[in-house]
Design a protein around this ligand. Structure first.
Ligand SMILES: CC(C)(COP(=O)(O)OP(=O)(O)OC[C@H]1O[C@@H](n2cnc3c(N)ncnc32)[C@H](O)[C@@H]1OP(=O)(O)O)[C@@H](O)C(=O)NCCC(=O)NCCS
Length: 380
């Protein structure tokens, strides 16, 4: 039993955590016991961060102080902005630019070499506050605009949309984006969170953990899927193809449908349900139902085909892209936005794990040759 190989660590228990629980059979997600539906509809991203980092929902006073401390850390050093400019000029991809800039942020943190639980949370607050500033600056520079300085009087969600567009968002956009941030904040030991934890388990600083998490999240099997979904919807739209025909063709070619399937969920992802509802509201209020029509058609077809029953159901990425599109956010910023939210979860897991740390070091079954006879270079 001890030697049983679990490819992809599927189902392997490696840690205890109070942070989040995913029940993939019934489609339930909780953060510290609170159902994601209640948090998404009733709590701000700042409240959720407080919950994840400090163990309970804040009182109004605690939230005010916490949000003010977070907002006070939003400015980033000019050198980081200059690097962001250079990366944008070089045509760097947004997730790669975020990875580089996040790593650079540690140079301006006076306690970046500390890695106890409290220091991790203080550094984590700075990282979480600065990631939106970096991302918005990158996007604006790419568009030939000057970066917009953060506004400490706005919420985490509202300030990001403000820095992106240069104008304050309306209440519906801010609330929608805040909900999306809450939905993506944590999700058990997914690949990027585990990456951050592995790095944290060496007692490296949390900048290293978050930078590694961004790298892991960038892959199309993980965070990159939300961008893939939107690209597919745009492709369908540009070619005037029937969305169901696109799915049929893709499946015939042996391709996967982005936004469907999940390592843990065997039913529809609860986050997808909430975002679908949000998309429906947004489509109804704007009168533009195109993305809703396409996604609904694809989901209905795959349900009829029995795929959903087989456990390949819509995941969070299937609807998030359409929601971001309605907020005017460019497609290749979707995964960075996911990182902006999930950074809160990575930091919480690193702090929790380091409080009772054990170096993570699994092993592989060796399948290479045995007793190979060494031949010196000049005789090979
Ligand atoms: C997320 C994902 C990697 C999970 O995969 P996994 O647990 O490793 O499952 P597997 O890759 O072993 O897939 C199991 C079966 O379902 C099929 N499948 C899984 N996701 C599929 C999808 N999106 N479209 C079509 N078929 C899919 C696989 O082809 C495989 O079929 P087979 O047994 O006949 O070969 C996978 O579902 C996927 O690639 N989804 C698309 C990308 C995506 O949306 N990622 C975001 C996740 S939040």
């Amino acid at each position: 039993m001890a030697d049983e190989l679990k490819r992809g660590l599927e189902g392997v228990l490696v840690a205890e955590s109070d942070l989040s629980y995913v029940d993939g059979e019934v489609g339930k997600l909780v953060y510290r016991g609170y159902d994601i539906e209640d948090l998404a509809r009733g709590a701000s991203y700042e409240e959720v961060l407080y919950l994840l980092w400090h163990g309970s929902l804040p009182t109004a006073d605690e939230l005010d102080a916490f949000a003010a401390d977070l907002a006070a850390e939003r400015d980033v050093d000019d050198d980081v902005i200059e690097t962001v400019r250079a990366l944008a000029d070089a045509g760097e991809r947004p997730m790669a630019a975020l990875r580089t800039a996040t790593s650079m942020l540690s140079a301006y943190d006076p306690e970046s070499d500390e890695s106890d639980e409290e220091a991790t949370l203080r550094q984590g607050r700075r990282i979480t506050a600065k990631i939106p500033t970096v991302l918005a600056a990158f996007e604006r520079v790419r568009q030939g605009e000057e970066p917009v300085a953060p506004d400490p009087d706005l919420s985490h969600a509202g300030n990001f949309l403000y820095m992106l567009a240069g104008t304050e968002p309306d209440a519906v956009s801010e609330e929608t984006f805040d909900m999306a941030l809450t939905l993506h904040a944590d999700h058990g030991l997914n690949a990027s969170t585990f990456t951050a934890m592995v790095i944290g388990s060496t007692m490296a600083d949390v900048y290293s953990g978050v930078t590694g998490g961004i790298g892991a999240l960038s892959g199309p099997l993980h965070g990159g899927a939300n961008q893939d979904v939107m690209e597919v919807l745009h492709e369908i739209d540009a070619s005037s193809k029937d969305p169901v025909q696109w799915v049929k063709d893709t499946r015939e070619d042996g391709g996967r449908i982005p936004g469907f399937g999940h390592r843990v969920y065997k039913v529809k992802d609860p986050r997808a349900k909430i975002l679908e509802e949000k998309l429906r509201d947004l489509a109804e209020s704007s009168g533009d139902t195109k993305w809703l029509d396409y996604t609904t058609a694809i989901e209905e077809y795959l349900t009829d085909q029995g795929l959903v029953e087989k456990g390949i159901a819509p995941n969070v990425d299937f609807y998030s892209g359409s929601v971001y599109d309605s907020l005017g956010i460019p497609v290749d910023m979707y995964t960075p936005i996911f990182a902006m939210s999930r950074a809160g979860g990575w930091i919480a897991h690193v702090a929790e794990y380091q409080a009772d740390n054990r170096l993570i070091r699994p092993r592989a079954r060796y399948t290479g040759p045995e007793d190979a006879e060494f031949v010196p270079l000049d005789e090979r």
